[in-house]
Design a protein around this ligand. Structure first.
Ligand code: HEM
Length: 294
């Protein structure tokens, strides 16, 4: 492979053709990072801008991880095999955002690497984040064609670790958020949705019935995990947090998970309807001569 082709490989298909889909995805991946850095340079990140960057990159590490995990259900529900084209790219981007998250934390500690290491060792939520990052980097390092060939079937087994990494990332998120876990609860609910999809019978996973079933499961998962966190790890009266889910004046995290679930259902129904309409249009002209012959 020439050096130029190797450089361009993220936007090429396996057959070596330029892929607009891959190029667009690559461009989108850069947006959050560039946006955060632009805000930093514009002095728009408040009194502790480097810490704000640490938060921003941490949040996007977890978001990209959840998006990567959502590709398999999306491919199955939308019957869109081309989503496979960007899975590796998204996985590697997740690890890159994670690496930058750690680098920014080190920058925030004025590059006192001994102190960074001792903090990671001493603080449980940082140890958990570190574990997640090491595994993310291991998955990224084994994402080359050569490693995929060398690992064979074990590659798939190894990459199932992504689900465990998401759990570690979520625990790290909840622990650092302490008593303000609004967004962490939404992320956890979306993860429950993804896991519940995997638990469905294989025959249902690609059908619209899947997002119908998963919508309440995701909502309940969000409210349940939020309740469990407040009950187990804080002094907040968890029962009141649970009860707030039934007062629609305050939008609790479960409502947002429900909206995401409803959006997934709407996309599945819409794509199926458009495909059906297109099929009918293609089939219609061939039916005409038959009708005339009669
Ligand atoms: C060596 C590895 C890591 C270190 C040292 C680290 C460190 C940190 C620190 C210092 C914070 C801010 C805490 C505070 O302000 O009290 C943070 C927040 C966060 N980290 Fe990490 N982290 C690591 C790995 C990860 C990984 C792998 C993920 C995702 C899978 C992640 C996701 C997050 C999230 C979502 C937040 C909260 C962002 C927000 O509140 O807006 N971190 N991390």
């Amino acid at each position: 492979m020439t050096a130029l082709r190797r450089l361009a490989s993220p936007v090429l298909t396996r057959g070596g053709r330029f892929s607009v889909f891959k190029a667009t995805t690559l461009g989108l991946i850069f947006i959050p990072g560039v946006w955060l850095l632009a805000q930093y340079l514009a002095g728009a990140l408040g009194a502790r801008p480097v810490l704000a960057l640490v938060h921003g990159f941490g949040l996007w590490t977890l978001r990209l991880l959840l998006i990567t995990l959502a590709l398999t259900p999306a491919r199955s529900l939308l019957n869109a095999a081309r989503l496979n084209l960007v899975r590796r790219m998204l996985g590697v981007a997740t690890a890159a955002y994670g690496g930058l998250h750690l680098a920014l934390y080190a920058a925030q500690q004025n590059w006192h690497l001994g102190h960074v290491a001792s903090e990671i060792w001493r603080r449980v939520y940082l140890t958990i984040g570190f574990g997640a990052l090491v595994l993310l980097l291991a998955l990224a390092a084994t994402s080359t064609d050569g490693m995929m060939r060398a690992l064979g079937r074990n590659w798939k087994r190894l990459h199932r670790l992504a689900y465990g990494i998401a759990v570690l990332g979520l625990v790290h998120y909840f622990m650092q958020a302490k008593a303000e876990v609004y967004e962490a609860a939404i992320a956890a609910g979306l993860f429950v949705w993804l896991m519940a999809w995997r638990a469905l019978p294989a025959a249902w996973r690609g059908k619209p019935v899947a997002p119908v079933i998963l919508l309440p499961v995701g909502m309940l998962g969000t409210a349940g995990l939020e309740y469990a966190w407040y009950a187990a790890a804080t002094r907040v009266t968890a029962g009141r947090v649970w009860a707030a889910n039934f007062h629609l004046t305050h939008w609790r995290p479960a409502i947002w998970t429900g909206l995401w679930g409803a959006a997934a259902l709407a996309v599945v129904v819409l794509v199926a309807a458009v495909r059906g309409w297109r099929r009918d249009r293609v089939a219609a002209p061939s039916a005409q001569p038959v009708a005339r012959m009669r």
